[in-house]
Design a protein around this ligand. Structure first.
Ligand code: TYM
Length: 332
C-alpha cells in the first residue's frame, strides 16, 4: 500500500529556534521513516512581512542546511523551496476565490501580526497567508501535517477550504489532520513565559537559536525568567518552570515525574544549568553538521533541485484536476 503523505514547512524569516525544533522539526525526523514526507522552506510565506532580499536568500540556505543537520534525510524526504514550485501560488489563487473575508479576519495570527505592522501598514499577503498555507498542504494531498500548536487554526481553515471545494466541485482534496506533539507544541519565550518563543523576538535572550554556541545557550537558560517559588513542578503561576521542564523532558527523554524527583530539594539555579547543558549537548551535533553543510553549497543545490522536481510532479497532478473541475480549458 502507498505510504500516507506528510507536508510541513518553516518560514525562513529568521534563524530556526529551539521552539521550531522541539515543536516541529524533531517530529518530522521521526515521521520520515513511516510516511512519504515533503518538507518545504516557506520562502513565499516569509514575504508577508518585510524581508531584506540578501538576508532572505541566506536564510533560505540556512534553513535547508538546518533541516538536514537536524536529521531530515533527502533520500527519504523531499526537501524544497516553496517558490520553486509555482503550483503553490496557482492553487492559492483558486482557493482564495472560495474563501470569505470573515474567515481570514478571525485568524489570531493575523490579528497579532497586524497589530505589529500598524506603522508600515497591514499587507494583503498577511491577510491571505492561511490560503497559501492551505494550498501548500492540499497540493500534495497530505494526510498529516506535523506542526506546533500555533498553527492549529491554520490547519482548521485548511480543512474547511478543502471540504468546501470538494462540495462545490467534486472530490479533489484529501482532508488533512494536524499532528501536534503532546509535549513541546508550545515552547515559550525564556524572557516572558506567557508568550511563545519566536525567531522574530527583538530580545535574543527570549529564544535559543539552533546554532547558538553552547556557552550562549547555557547563559540564556540561566537567565530564563521563572517565579519566586522554589519548587520544580507544574502549577499556577509557574509557566516559566513548566516551559523549562518541557524543554528538559524532550532533550533528555525524562517524564515530568522523573524531573520532579531528580530536582527535589534543589534550587532553580541547578535546574536551569541542567536544562542549559542538556540543550547545549543536544544541539551540538546539529550545529557541527550545519557548519559542514553550509560549506557545501553544491550539495545543497543538488538536494533542492531534486526536491523541487519531485514536488512539482506531485503538485501538477493535483492542480490539473483542480483546473479541470473549475472549468478551465485543458492545456494541450
Ligand atoms: P513557522 O516558521 O512560524 O514555524 C515552523 C514550525 O515551528 C512551530 N513553532 C513552534 N512550536 C513550538 N513552540 C514554539 N515556540 C514554536 N514556534 C514555532 C510552528 O508551529 C511550525 O510548525 N505557516 C507556517 C509555515 C508553513 C506551513 C505550511 C506549515 C507554511 N506552509 C504548510 C505547515 C504546512 C509558519 O509560519 O511556521
Amino acid at each position: 500500500m502507498d505510504k500516507k503523505m506528510i507536508l510541513s514547512g518553516l518560514q525562513p524569516s529568521g534563524i530556526m529556534t529551539l521552539g521550531n525544533y522541539l515543536g516541529a522539526v524533531k517530529n518530522w525526523v521521526k515521521l520520515q521513516n513511516e510516511y512519504d514526507c515533503l518538507f518545504m522552506i516557506a520562502d513565499m510565506h516569509a514575504l508577508t512581512v518585510p524581508q531584506e532580499p540578501v538576508n532572505l536568500r541566506k536564510r533560505c540556505y540556512e534553513v535547508l542546511a538546518l533541516y538536514m543537520a537536524c536529521g531530515l534525510d533527502p533520500e527519504k524526504s523531499t526537501l524544497f523551496f516553496q517558490s520553486h514550485v509555482p503550483q503553490h501560488a496557482e492553487l492559492s489563487w483558486a482557493l482564495t476565490c472560495t474563501t470569505y473575508m470573515g474567515e481570514l479576519s478571525r485568524m489570531t495570527q493575523f490579528k497579532d501580526k497586524s497589530k505589529n505592522a500598524k506603522d508600515t501598514g497591514v499587507g494583503v499577503g498577511l491577510f491571505v497567508y492561511p490560503v497559501l498555507m492551505a494550498a501548500d498542504i492540499l497540493l500534495y494531498q497530505a494526510n498529516l501535517v506535523p506542526v506546533g500548536a500555533d498553527q492549529k487554526q491554520h490547519l482548521e481553515i485548511t480543512r474547511v477550504l478543502a471540504e468546501r471545494f470538494n462540495r462545490l466541485y467534486g472530490d479533489v482534496f484529501t482532508i488533512p489532520e494536524p499532528y501536534i506533539p503532546e509535549v513541546g507544541a508550545r515552547i515559550m519565550s525564556l524572557q516572558d513565559p506567557t508568550k511563545k518563543m519566536s525567531k522574530s523576538d527583538s530580545n535574543p535572550n527570549g529564544y535559543v537559536s539552533i546554532v547558538d554556541e553552547p556557552e550562549v545557550i547555557i547563559r540564556k537558560l540561566k537567565r530564563a525568567v521563572t517565579d519566586s517559588d522554589t519548587r520544580i513542578c507544574r502549577g499556577e503561576g509557574k509557566d516559566g518552570i513548566e516551559n523549562l521542564m518541557s524543554i528538559y523532558s524532550i532533550m533528555t527523554d525524562k517524564t515530568f515525574e522523573e524531573i520532579e524527583r531528580e530536582f527535589e530539594g534543589k534550587g532553580y539555579g541547578d535546574f536551569k544549568l541542567a536544562v542549559g547543558e542538556a540543550v547545549a549537548e543536544g544541539l551540538r551535533p546539529i550545529r557541527e553538521k550545519y557548519n559542514e553543510l553550509m560549506n557545501n553549497k553544491d550539495y545543497l543545490k543538488e538536494v533542492y533541485t531534486k526536491g523541487a522536481q519531485r514536488a512539482s510532479r506531485l503538485a501538477s497532478k493535483t492542480l490539473r484536476k483542480v483546473y479541470r473541475k473549475l472549468g478551465f480549458v485543458d492545456r494541450t
